[in-house]
Design a protein. Structure first.
Length: 127
């Protein structure tokens, strides 16, 4: 019985390690490193005051814990303090989601709040 319980704990720890992909603040260095590694990347251009961004947040948080999206590097740009960064990516407003596979952009959405649409957008980097 103890051995089965122990194996279950090991399996759960391994599964959670594969899933853990925290949402990180965007920096040009982190973005370049993820691109150079060929990683799937979601850049979330977010403003705390934006109601659309607040509607996107639960889906993005869920993606960060979902094994199917466990390889996706999620980088959050603060719309109010990182204007040079979001402008460099060709964004024009908050609530913009940009997805890359390495250095290639695979999709972009502005104001998208439907959870399935966000998941589909991010999945474009996993193909």
């Amino acid at each position: 019985m103890k051995m089965i319980f122990g194996l279950a704990l090991v399996a759960m720890a391994a599964a959670s390690a594969a899933v853990a992909q925290p949402i990180r603040p965007y920096t040009p260095a982190a973005f370049a490193a993820a691109q150079n590694a060929g990683s799937p990347i979601l850049v979330d251009i977010h403003a705390d005051w934006c109601p659309t961004c607040r509607k996107q947040a639960p889906t993005i948080d869920a993606l960060s814990r979902d094994a199917a999206y466990g390889k996706v590097v999620i980088l959050k740009i603060d719309f109010d303090t990182q204007a040079a960064d979001w402008k460099a990516l060709g964004a024009q407003k908050q609530s913009t989601l940009i997805v890359f596979k390495g250095k290639q952009e695979t999709g972009r959405g502005v104001g998208t709040t439907d959870p399935q649409a966000i998941r589909t957008l991010v999945a474009s980097a996993l193909r």
